[in-house]
Design a protein around this ligand. Sequence first.
Ligand code: KIV
Ligand code: ZN
Length: 554
Amino acid sequence: MLQNPSSKYRPFPPVQFAERQWPNRVITAPPIWMSTDLRDGNQALFEPMNAEHKLRLFKTLCEIGFKEIEVAFPSASQTDFDFVRRLIEEQRIPDDVSIEVLSHAREPLIRRTVESLKGARRAIVHIVNATSKPFRELVLAMSKAEVLELAVSAVRLVKQLAADHPETEWVLEYSLETFTATELDFAVEICDAVSAAWGATPGNKIILNLPSSVEVTTPNVYADQIEWMHRHIARRDSVILSVHPHNDRGTAVAAAELAVMAGADRVEGCLFGNGERTGNVDIVTLALNLYTQGIAPGLDFSDIDAVARTFEQCTQLPIHPRHPYVGDLVFTAFSGSHQDAIKKGFAAQQPDSAWNVPYLPFDPADLGRSYDSVIRINSQSGKGGIAHLLESQYGVVLPRRLQVEFSGVVQQHTDNHGGEISAAELWRLFSRTYLDTVNPVRYVEHHLFEHGSGQGLRLTLEINGAVHPLAGEGNGPIDAAVHALQSVITNFKVRDYQEHAMSRNADARACAFIAMTQADDHREYYGVGIDTNIVTASIKALVSGINRLAISAG
Ligand code: KIV
Ligand code: ZN
């Protein structure tokens, strides 16, 4: 039994602010977005991203359309310092993108931070110190005056160092860490002192960031705090008011939305809500929530599955299958009555009219996704009937997105042939769809060998009846096979790869799954290969995927 909480926890006091206007406002334009995936997000990973993964995610963030990206905490690690140098020296930053770096408000750290930015075209230096009473007393042992002086002298130092590098356009961001637990009059005093020290003007705005470093209130209280600051800070026309909600109470998205209604100009967060503890606010959800209200968010998620796979590969974090917009199951209906309503909605939907499909608040096609109805095979097979039968009877554990894809195949089969489908029939259908495909490509044989630091592959395929001896090299067998195949078939991309052993006895076979797309089509199709040799299984999966793509292209 949970103990009575009233003796242990105190409710957060509301803001006495009857003049609040935010409840009457609606959002009509997107805020400035700032991605902190490579800083706050990266700091929160079991294993921080290596340079290659950071570069890959940086490129993806630029492609999505972020114009401000916090890329590192350069004074905290050599890896982060080197990453900033690499971005600048290898000229990897698009002209319309500003990189941002974080530093605590301490002299040596600020010097090192500014040093990391040498040669940048435009840079946002992000200075942070904690300001709340518990931090002042418990962690910093500083008075209010000392905390204020810490912030102001840090800003003066950035200004002085920046003046030595006029080739860079410098922007200052100042964050009051633990803002939501800071007395509002003190928060405003610090903000005003800092913006005066920076010399903020309408042409040289300062970013004042008011994080909910730990989410401790309902979103309306955060909105009150933001609107109070919005109305009380000096030089409002010289300030970009920014928010940085964390998700400890699970309401970061609501907090960010209400904060924008309350006057915030800018939102910091991470893709899919990565970040410390329960994460930073999920910028994907925020942006697509705007989109469903008819507001262009300025971020492009028209191939959201590609973003999701890159995110998962770089962070090693899986996305929950029911995560809004992106989860594998969010456009999947299991219930018969839902399927029926959705089908009717699709049939009635006119191409030019407002979206109005029951149970689907959003057109999956806008994200490069499709609606799937998942059928249950029979009452005994329980949850995920198809997947359950294939696993329990044939040892094949389908990845979730393949479950959804194959479910559509089964649906078509039962629509055409009627009635239920037996386990043996299901296996025949699975084999016919994925394992036995030979058109237009049939696997013949391969030979794998070491090649420098990677691997080389000689691969023989039959394509449209003609034998093709191919060769490829790569950092592993699959990479080498993809390169070999791309010498004759160019129009495909590999999205994801998984494999598992099918049984534990001596003649165990392996099952490989490869998710693929065509270059000009975001829809994903799976190829599957089974063999006693894992490399052969993988190559067969690749060939099966190519054949699936060919069938889908008609
Ligand atoms: O959560 C927080 O307060 C932060 C600051 C560095 C902005 O991450
Ligand atoms: Zn944070």
